[in-house]
Ligand binder design. Structure first.
Ligand code: TYM
Length: 343
């Protein structure tokens, strides 16, 4: 493994992260994960398991550890290769938390209060509106900015957080001198916001209590088929793209489009005169079959947790080197006295 390959190889940088909380859904897959491996040859890629973010909601400790390994296995199952991409755990590289603190002091209460995800999560979680939930986007900015990231593949729901990250980077660069690359979002054209199957006007979410609302990446074939069969549609019979009038069918079309590469007019044509039953069946098959290789690879990988952990250790070392370099630069600019060497 090329332990120091990140340094100065001239490739643009990709960073993305996923929380190790809940069952990852086909929303996470289509909006983010599925797009990660295409970048591996042309970009320096960092894919992070963001455990620091996940504790903004209470987690069971043993379960969180297990899910951290499982999410890493899933990263590898979709084709991420630790020889080419740095796959690591956020809490293993302390520079994330350190830079987040500094950036907290360059971020404003007003801009954080406007974040829709904060407002949503506070509403859903009234008994635990912790400060971490509030400054969550600042930690996300630290993640991205530590690696001089150029491009961030994410779903639509993270767009606002990326905007804040850019604002913070520009603010810091202007206050001192160019320190951070200012990143761009990479948001897929189809499937950037996969909606709930039962309530197609809200986002599909891995923390949803009703398991019929989402399809998990690792759901077995029969479960996938059943969930699509039950998906909410409308009283018409026509497969037609119309977000306002037909949110259920439109969502299913987006899922099918993302899984098959077909565009919306082609899908409308394919199912003209065929009714919803056939269509739902086809969507279910496209997901169940499309994810079969992922499920199979995942099962093999997750069976060897020690190998995954060893890899995470190596990758954390690689990430640490790059992150430290940015953090040291930032610490110098804000005026921290470099730590004298101990004798
Ligand atoms: P998280 O863990 O909620 O989701 C991971 C990724 O999945 C995307 N996503 C969706 N895309 C389409 N449709 C959906 N229904 C759907 N649900 C989730 C998300 O947009 C995301 O890309 N804050 C981030 C994690 C994070 C991060 C970062 C991402 C922390 N630091 C730095 C990028 C860069 C989050 O909670 O994602």
């Amino acid at each position: 493994m090329a332990e120091t390959k990140n340094e100065g190889n001239g490739k643009p940088v990709i960073f993305s992260g996923i929380q190790p909380s809940g069952n990852l859904t086909i929303g996470n897959y289509i909006g983010a994960l599925k797009n990660f491996d295409q970048f591996q040859n042309d970009y320096e890629c960092y894919y992070c398991v963001v455990d620091l973010h996940s504790i903004t909601v209470r987690q069971d400790a043993a379960r969180l550890r297990k899910r951290t390994v499982e999410l890493t296995a899933l990263y590898m199952a979709v084709g991420l290769d630790p020889e080419r991409s740095t796959l690591y755990v956020q809490s293993h590289v302390s520079a994330h938390a350190e830079l987040a603190w500094i950036l907290n002091c360059y971020s404003y209460m007003g801009e954080m209060s406007r974040m829709t995800q904060f407002k949503d999560k506070s509403r859903k979680n009234e008994e635990n509106i912790n400060v971490g939930l509030f400054t969550y986007p600042v930690l996300m900015a630290a993640d991205i900015l530590l690696y001089q990231t150029n491009l961030v593949p994410i779903g639509e729901d993270q767009r606002q957080h990326l905007e804040i990250c850019r604002d913070i980077a520009i603010r810091f660069n202007n206050a001192y001198s160019p320190t951070f690359a200012v990143p761009e979002a990479y948001i897929p054209k189809v499937g950037a916001r996969v909606m709930s199957l039962q309530e197609p006007t809200s986002k599909m979410s891995k923390s949803d209590e009703n398991a019929d609302n989402f399809v998990a990446i690792l759901d077995p074939q029969d479960v996938v088929m059943r969930k699509f069969k039950r998906a909410v549609t409308d009283s018409e019979t026509e497969v037609r793209y119309d977000v306002q009038a037909k949110p259920g069918i439109t969502n299913l079309m987006s899922i099918y489009g993302a899984m098959t590469g077909k565009d919306m007019p082609a899908i409308e044509k394919e199912f003209a005169g065929r009714g919803y039953g056939d269509f739902k069946e086809a969507v279910g098959v496209s997901v169940a079959e499309g994810l079969r290789p992922v499920r199979e690879k995942y099962a093999a990988l997750v069976a060897d947790a020690p190998a995954i952990e060893a890899m995470l250790g190596r990758c954390a070392g690689r990430a640490e080197q790059v992150a430290r370099k940015t953090l040291t630069k930032v610490q110098r600019k804000v005026g921290f006295l470099p730590r004298p060497r101990s004798m």
